[in-house]
Design a binder for this molecule. Sequence first.
Ligand code: DX5
Ligand code: ZN
Length: 217
Amino acid sequence: MKVSPSIAAANLMKLEEEVKKLESSGADSIHFDVMDGHFVPLLTIGVPFIEQMRKITKMPIDVHIMVTNPDHVFQDYLDAGADVLSFHQEVSLHPHRICMKIKDAGKKAGIALNPSTHWNTIEYLLPILDQVTIMSVNPGFSRQSHIPIVHKKIHELSKFRKENNLNFEIMVDGGVNAENVMTLKQLGTDIVVAGGAVFNFENYSEAIQKIKKASLK
Ligand code: DX5
Ligand code: ZN
């Protein structure tokens, strides 16, 4: 199981130190949550932070934009240095166009789905997607409880991927920990986002190894 720690859950007063700690922790990428105060209640860090983070690390940066206007702003996040860029289906006017532009830039295109959104709303896009993020919390905050209702969606999506020989990765975002990661793996998840399950602990490397090991049991 790949693990992508959510930097929004880190100590934001020590961002560079936190990124350096992640580099040697066994994390597969850094998950960067962008919140606009409209799609979700809070505001987090955005484009200037990604630009600066890009300068200090070679780790893949996985950007998840929780914004109401992805069609208008996705390019800024690509230019800032995102390696994977995921936006929400629920608010996108022309998701196919956004995905093609991300792929034309040589980056990975992802779509995120709220718990209430059916996976078949993006069925036509699955052949061109690199990643589908199944939100397992209502987006907006770290350290919320995982919603197992979305497990059926992960299972169906994974089954559809297999039956149609597709290659996108399934990411699960929200309330993932060492207790539920094995179930997520068995359902077909490839990558989990981890906020509290990494940053609540002193030793990030141990926390990440714990999640990875638990996915295999
Ligand atoms: C939820 C965010 C998540 C969140 C994950 O709105 O998209 O990435 O920070 O944090 P945990 O793992 O603590 O739920
Ligand atoms: Zn996220």
